[in-house]
Ligand binder design. Structure first.
Ligand SMILES: C[S@@+](CC[C@H](N)C(=O)[O-])C[C@H]1O[C@@H](n2cnc3c(N)ncnc32)[C@H](O)[C@@H]1O
Length: 229
């Protein structure tokens, strides 16, 4: 996706400033407003999380890409599904808390269903044991999707299905705290026998740190496999 030049990194900075301190409901309204220029603006920020995460899944996934059913959580404009479709994945269901983002996702024509839900407040609108692959990219962070939602992602996966997650490593105290709580929950679920970790990997150049020009944010990707029983 190329920027057509009508937006600049300053537009992105202004936008990001305006969402500081927003509560979840306000955040979804901001995403509604952002939806139309979301991909353009994220290209300006060199946002590579969808590419990196889809490549990571693809490298570690064995199974028939044409047949599997994918749940794309916090699907946004459908970037993840577009990249997965290029690799042969065909069946997608999307969930997001922003109506405006879901409208963009609908335009891709890739999703058999798109569901509106504010995660953390509302339950994940997905059947238990139903999905071969569950994806969540760019949403596991403070004030977006609470870490506790990973348990619902696991429930939505089929026995033996995969849950693929990636998140940004923010240097702030709340960012570090989120990471700690998330990783504790991931481990606790493994201890409970719900799933096993297949692999995790650091992400270089997750996206530009717009507040520190020339610097990049790092991230982490995780792939889990749900238990068979
Ligand atoms: C940075 S975008 C990522 C979108 C897409 N996965 C991608 O990588 O391009 C974050 C998305 O998470 C959604 N989101 C944030 N918090 C949410 C919540 N609590 N419940 C549902 N969706 C949420 C936003 O509406 C937005 O579409």
């Amino acid at each position: 996706i190329m920027s057509d030049g009508s937006r600049t990194i300053n537009d992105v900075k202004t936008f990001l400033m305006s969402i500081r301190g927003a509560d979840p409901q306000q955040m979804m309204k901001f995403y509604d407003q952002w939806a139309e220029t979301y991909e353009q603006d994220h290209s300006l920020m060199d946002y590579s999380a969808p590419h990196q995460t889809v490549d990571f899944l693809n490298a570690n996934f064995s199974g028939s890409r044409e047949q599997v059913l994918v749940l794309d959580v916090a699907c946004g404009s459908g970037w993840v599904a577009k990249l997965m479709a290029e690799l042969g994945f065909r069946k997608f269901v999307g969930v997001d808390g922003s109506k405006g983002m879901l409208e963009q996702a609908a335009k891709t024509g890739l999703y058999q269903d798109l569901r509106l839900a504010l995660l953390g407040t509302e339950p994940l609108p997905a059947q238990t044991d139903a999905f071969d692959v569950v994806m969540i990219v760019g949403a596991l962070r403070d004030r977006f999707v609470p870490f506790s939602v990973v348990r619902e992602l696991c429930y939505a996966a089929k026995p033996g299905g995969y849950v693929c997650m990636s998140r940004v490593d923010l240097k702030s105290e709340s960012g570090a705290n989120y990471k700690m709580c998330l990783e504790k929950e991931l481990q606790l679920m493994e201890d409970e026998g719900l799933w096993t970790r297949v692999i995790s990997q650091e992400m270089d150049r997750y996206m530009m740190d717009v507040y520190n020009d020339d610097q990049y944010l790092y991230g982490t990707m995780y792939l889990y496999r749900k238990a068979l029983n």
